[in-house]
Design a binder for this molecule. Structure first.
Ligand SMILES: [Zn+2]
Length: 90
């Protein structure tokens, strides 16, 4: 699952197949097919969730106490499936 963190407004946006932006509008992106996505904005930080770990943590949600960790990671600046573009290209 691909997301974007905006360093300006601290919003986090989950990408879908239609362009979405953060609350301040300086960061946005969308999926271009099932795997590939594009994003824009100097303040954008591309983020990924390891889906299988999130699904497992949701299934194991406890009634109380500590929830299970899942894996989130910052995606490198150069990534073949998640590319920085100009805003008008997004
Ligand atoms: Zn923002």
């Amino acid at each position: 699952m691909k997301l974007l963190l905006c360093k300006e407004c601290q919003d986090i946006v989950r990408l879908i197949d239609v362009k979405r932006t953060c609350k301040c509008g300086k960061v946005g992106g969308k999926y271009t097919d099932d795997l590939n996505a594009i994003y824009f904005g100097e303040m954008a930080v591309p983020i990924g969730f390891a889906n299988s770990t999130l699904v497992r943590a949701v299934h194991n949600q406890p009634k109380d106490g500590m929830g299970e960790n899942f894996t989130a990671f910052v995606i490198p600046k150069i990534c073949s499936t998640y590319k920085l573009v100009l805003e008008h290209e997004c």
